[in-house]
Design a protein around this ligand. Structure first.
Ligand code: FA5
Length: 341
């Protein structure tokens, strides 16, 4: 029976060495050292041995069990290491594969342009002052020297609400009067950005809804020269030091004198295209010296104070800067357009 035990031991070691994975190894353990395994079955036959041989057999069985346990542990560690290695090799990153493109959100081109405008005016000492989108007729028109039935109202095609006298602002100019009421009697240097709404024909240059950035400076001894110098400086900072600008006399009821500022068309270089209406110039803002009536409506005495104001169109500025030939792209939500910025 000892010989049988030795043979079983040798066979078990052989099959242990050929176990190819931990699943086979588990089965080996069950068949060999398990509760009904071959070693156990052999020990049950010990009763057939003469009594004097039993202790020696018992000792040998225990020794064999111990050695097989040790061999099993060693093989288990070996197989686990091999399996881990195989798994790591299989899941290893192939650094030669092309990377996956990361999707990145970005700021809308109008927002980027607005931020650049804020930065330039901020450098010149102007603060941002926020005014409301839904306005009253009083602030949008009357306090700006445009009484009811004044023909100048035709300049702004208005969206009315169902509440009489409440409209969507057609320009950011009503913010001038709000700012004056808030700042009086301090001097003012503010820009007033925001969305404006006009019920007008949509074309390559004109939208129903567009941004404006209003500017207002009120103080003592502010002159038209300050207005021209400041706006020319803005245009140079925005479009480059050699960009040509021109002022054309114009009419706004809330400024006197009034003007519009044009910038040389970057898209066609001044040759003429549909964006500049074949003139070579693009109008980017209206401006002028704050009308005495508006100063008075804001609480400032026009005999002591003067000021200049302007209202510019950031989308028109972005069109010039980035050579966008149609304003309708801005709110069209076409990713092919938006992703370019
Ligand atoms: C005004 O709205 C005056 N409130 C500007 C002003 C402010 C004058 C202060 C004097 C003092 P105007 O309608 O020209 O003016 O508009 C000003 C700018 O807004 C234009 O130069 C243009 O850049 C932009 N703009 C006007 N209408 C549209 C439109 N439909 N689509 C896109 N941009 C527009």
């Amino acid at each position: 029976m000892l010989a049988q035990l030795d043979e079983l031991y040798a066979q078990s070691l052989d099959s242990l060495a050929t176990a190819v994975n931990t699943a086979v190894l588990d089965a080996w353990y069950k068949d060999t050292l398990g509760r009904k395994g071959s070693i156990y079955l052999l020990t049950r036959q010990v009763g057939q041995l003469p009594a004097e041989e039993r202790p020696a057999f018992g000792q040998r069985v225990n020794a064999v069990k111990q050695e097989l346990e040790t061999a099993y542990e060693a093989r288990l560690a070996e197989l686990k290491a091999a399996e881990l290695q195989a798994e790591m090799t299989a899941s290893a990153i192939d650094v030669t594969l092309p990377g996956r493109k990361q999707w990145r959100g970005g700021l809308h081109v109008a927002t980027q342009t607005l931020r650049e405008i804020y930065r330039i005016w901020g450098d010149m000492g102007f603060q941002v002052y926020r005014s409301r989108d839904v306005e009253t007729d009083e602030y949008n028109f009357e306090l700006l020297n445009i009484p009811p039935h004044h023909p100048a109202r035709d300049m702004w095609d208005t969206f009315h609400t169902t509440t009489p006298g409440v409209i969507l602002r057609t320009h950011t100019s009503p913010g001038q009067v709000h700012a004056m009421h808030d700042y009086y009697p301090e001097p003012i240097r503010v820009i007033l950005p925001g969305m404006c709404y006009r019920y007008e024909q949509i074309t390559a240059r004109s939208e129903l809804q567009f941004h404006q950035v209003e500017g207002l400076a009120v103080g003592k001894n502010i002159s038209m020269a300050d207005l021209k110098g400041t706006l020319t400086d803005f245009a140079r900072r925005m479009f480059g030091a050699d960009r040509q600008v021109r002022f054309r006399a114009n009419y706004f009821p809330f400024t006197e004198p009034s003007a519009e500022m044009d910038v040389e068309c970057i898209i066609c270089g001044g040759d003429g295209c549909n964006v500049c209406k074949y003139t070579g110039w693009v109008e980017i803002l209206g401006c002028g010296m704050v009308h005495p009536t508006v100063l008075r409506n804001g609480g400032y005495d026009p005999a002591v104070y003067s000021g200049f104001a302007f209202g510019m169109g950031p989308e028109r500025i972005a069109m010039l800067k980035y050579r966008i030939d149609d304003i309708r792209y801005f709110w069209g939500n076409d990713l092919r357009f938006l992703e370019q910025f």
